[in-house]
Design a protein around this ligand. Sequence first.
Ligand SMILES: [Zn+2]
Length: 470
Amino acid sequence: MGDVDVPNSRVWRCLCILTALVVAGCERSAPTGPSADRPSVLLITLDTTRADHLSCYGYPQQTSANLDRLAQRGTLFTAAIAQAAVTPVSHASILTGLNPYNHGLRVMHGTTENRLRDSCTTLAETLGAAGYQTAAFVSAFPVTARFGLDQGFETFDAEFIDDAPEQIVSATGAVNTGRNQRRADETTDRALAWLAQARRPFFLWLHYFDPHDPLVLPPREYIQQHNAVPQPRDQSEALRAIYDVEIRYMDLHIGRILDRLALNGKLEEVVTVVVADHGEGLGDHDWWTHGILYQEQIRVPLLIQAPGKPGGRRVDNLVRTIDIMPTICDLVGLPATVVPRLDGQSLAPLLSGSAPDAARRAYSDSVNMLVYRTPAKTQDVKNDMLFAVVDGPWKYIHHLLRSDESELYNLQDDPAEQKNLYATHPEQVARLLADLREREFAPREQPGTGSMSPEDIARLKALGYIRQDE
Ligand SMILES: [Zn+2]
């Protein structure tokens, strides 16, 4: 991966950032004073949260009262696309502004490309170099240091991970799921304690995992109180109902963070971004979890509130989660030159509606070597080596292993992606496939048998990423 020059390149990058910060005062009308004058930044990532299951996105049940309030104070994006539907891959794009083929974290599991490259510059590194106090409080193993996502954070809280093997798999062979994730209340408690002593400006990343699975649930009394389907007809209905309760419980604790900032009179002064890393199948397209590229998995909620920007806006432009990092840098007044080679573009012009915005294309992929390396008879290519590009109404999903099963949809006419136009619109297929090929999207390395420790594999099994029988 060409990382031999990392120490030198990091020193050079720091020098560039410092130089750019000095120069910035002459170039920008945005905040340019000492770092203490810059707004603090709160980034909240909602794991596994479908946009259409939040009230502010039209879900008929009340699942997101606190996020709804945030949407009223800021801008809600109706067409935000995540760059992957796999947790660490998608988070790496959010935290670097790079597509997966450029940040190098392609897979959950494999001999290579399972870790964010040290040579990438993260949002935490960029803001830290600008004088921000940086902290992350995460809620599950797939976003921890194992995947390089702690890059740049002074404080990185993932203390629920217990490295003792006996804490991961018990003497009876049962997997201790509680060791690999934690609930929204615990993550929030720890973040609030940190906020009480944080100096300004701060960059706080909060990651919530509750909707990911029903292995760790909200308190029983909370479920009883808020389960809209107490007597489900079948297991699917029960799981969908629990999914909604988990979103609601996560939202409750996000509300505690927003209330704390509001109590200090600072909420309006904080750049606040809420986004999901991906959605969830919930049975759509015959898929329950995530990891593939239909809209219910890669169209994610995105809310942005920033000082001086109007509230209550809805923006329908196609945007991407790689746009978050340049947007935050823009909103706090850092010049784009401090962050080299970003794939994303700032969304700041869209927050006020005052400037035209360039049309974007969105890329997303599913490089799932967990499946790729399973025996052919159990291999499910529906979950592997998928590469998508969205351009206006057109969405193409390229199946690398079986290209004749590739898919083309017109999202305007067919938002549920039910009518595959691959065979009837070869000109659109050729145009979008050419776009993919220009990106050099395919992984450079062939999958191997895995380099993870038995403990790491046990954790991934516990969270459902690897089949128990593998
Ligand atoms: Zn995730």
